[in-house]
Design a protein around this ligand. Structure first.
Ligand SMILES: N[C@@H](CCC(=O)N[C@@H](CS)C(=O)NCC(=O)O)C(=O)O
Length: 244
């Protein structure tokens, strides 16, 4: 069945012959961000799930590094644009909304409103993602326990959460980061926070305004559809051996 979002002309692509190829990982939050944006915009895609490391299906292979020289997911190939390949999740989200969100479902018409969206989107890719990613690394994957590093990154994750809680709770926000409505900036934060339990943060209890925001996003049909297949590891005892 061909998918066509409002305002997007049918372009000959279908679920069977999708317009995009997304390289992703079953757990890694950054790939799911791209899937959610594609789904919200009604764009068709197939997902190739890679593994961490340099095994046959890994991200650190010369084959995949021809797609993304940084050897990480996500990477997105647009088959309708001569297989244009974009990597870095923020660049992917911006490419999708600038080119395909012609009715401004996640994006905005004016340059000023776009700048507000970009402000929070860049805060996600430079602040929330890296801090949470490092907190996760030191909690579960690092070869030794380094409490000062764990404290630093969990502390920074909490600081970012406080900034967001204040922004979401301000008068007139309607529960969204900017423009009083859901945009791609909100969406960009969702998936990393769904993994916050893995670093010992209970968003529901500690940052309820953030929790409600996450719930509203997860309940969106396009987001729920995109997230089918995403994996959430069981809660490990935080800070035990430093390894899973
Ligand atoms: N800044 C990049 C970060 C990408 C990233 O770190 N992706 C993780 C998965 S969420 C990954 O591929 N990790 C594998 C590795 O570090 O080798 C983005 O936003 O796309």
């Amino acid at each position: 069945m061909a998918i066509s979002a409002p305002g997007i002309a049918f372009n000959g692509y279908s679920e069977e012959n999708p317009q995009f190829t997304l390289y992703s990982h079953h757990i890694g939050p950054n790939g799911w961000k791209a899937a959610q944006a594609l789904s919200e915009l009604g764009l068709t895609y197939r997902t190739i799930f890679l593994e961490f490391g340099n095994d046959q299906n890994g991200m650190k292979t010369s084959e995949f590094e021809r797609v993304n020289p940084n050897g990480r997911i996500p990477a997105l190939v647009d088959h309708s644009a001569n297989d244009l390949t974009i990597w870095e999740s923020g660049a992917i989200l911006l490419y999708l909304v600038k080119k395909y969100d012609t009715t401004y479902r996640l994006w905005a018409r004016t340059l000023e409103d776009q700048a507000l969206i970009e402000t929070w989107l860049l805060f996600q890719v430079s602040g929330q993602g890296p801090y949470l990613g490092q907190a996760m690394w030191f909690a579960h994957y690092h070869s030794e326990i380094v409490p000062s590093a764990q404290d630093r990154y969990v502390g920074e994750t909490r600081r970012v959460l406080r900034v967001l809680a204040k922004q979401l709770g301000r008068e007139g926000s309607k529960g969204w980061l900017v423009l009083g409505r859901f945009t791609v900036a909100d969406l960009s934060f969702l998936q990393w926070y769904l993994h916050a339990y893995r670093i010992g943060i209970n968003i529901q209890e500690e940052y309820p305004v953030v929790w409600e925001w996450l719930q509203r996003m997860q309940e969106r049909p396009a987001v729920a559809k995109a997230n089918v297949g995403s994996v959430f590891p069981k809660q490990e005892f935080y800070n035990d051996s430093g390894k899973e």
